[in-house]
Design a protein around this ligand. Sequence first.
Ligand code: AN7
Length: 360
Amino acid sequence: MPFRNRYTGLIENYRDRLPVHDDTRIISLGEGNTPLIRLNNIPRLIGKDVDIYVKYEGLNPTGSFKDRGMTLAVTKAVEEGSKAIICASTGNTSASAAAYAARAGITAFVLIPEGKIAQGKLAQAMMHGSVVIQIQGNFDDGMRLVKEVAAQAPVTIVNSINPYRIQGQKTAAFEITEELGAAPDYHCLPVGNAGNITAHWMGYKEYAENGIINNRPVMVGYQAAGSAPFIKGEMVDNPDTVATAIRIGHPQSWDKAWTVQKESKGWFDKCSDDEILTTQKLLTENEGIFCEPASATSLAGLINDLKSGKIPEGKKIVCTLTGHGLKDPETAIKQSTAPVVKIKADLAEVKKAILDNMSE
Ligand code: AN7
């Protein structure tokens, strides 16, 4: 049988573009190398002649793009002798930190806003054995506390203010350009702290500066309307949205993201919670792709900009789907209108249920 090389994660894959040494012990769960899926049906449904690809980051080991940054942040923390990591999180960072800490054999402390993180993410943080600290406050309160406590205790912050997080996350742009043979015309992302949009731009710029590609995308960031500091032009104190992952009013990469906007000639815009949930469902029902609400913001915003003509037809566009739909089963089930037929365990009733629900 022919021997196929094992994929062993993005640090091994992009070793020469990341700050690791030959003898660095790499903490990996095989993250990265996620599918770039071309949408077959949605362009036709919205009546636009465009080439849309989604980068399905929900297929990372813990179900979100955070793993790209976490593999490097935890690898470096361990290399530097750290025995504990800490983060504030709307859910996905804590899930990822908990898993990579477990893998490394160190402790993770995670601060989460009480009652405002999706069930799947809470389950992950708990199952991986992190110390879950629920605070009566939002993400921004948690982030402030993490910075204060890390100044006084021997813990390494693994939020995206840790520069290794951004370095790891830039690899998504490498993968996209390698598959498309060039950068896309536009790249759309959901924006919370704005670490990921910053990381993608870093990756595209690096490949352009190295002559690997000769184009760079226009970067477009979308936020939930109730949690949209970049659209307001100032910090927001009481952010709220059904997309709890991006319920962030004080983005940590504020200045960096404005630089991305200027350098790439991009923009920020907002989507309503209704648009976010409708788009999440559009993807699940018409493409077979299940992402969490925050992730659908990238496509929801793109659809708005295609409808208005701000993004013209004939373009190649990538939307990042940052997290898996299974992260937030409660929101999914609440908004689902799919028929759930209840019957007796009886053949005739099953046949009737099939005939009644057969599509034309
Ligand atoms: C699914 O987990 O900030 O703009 O604490 O989980 O890089 O912050 C999550 C962010 C988009 C926004 N989509 O990315 C956290 C956290 C999902 C997310 C974002 C997040 P950034």
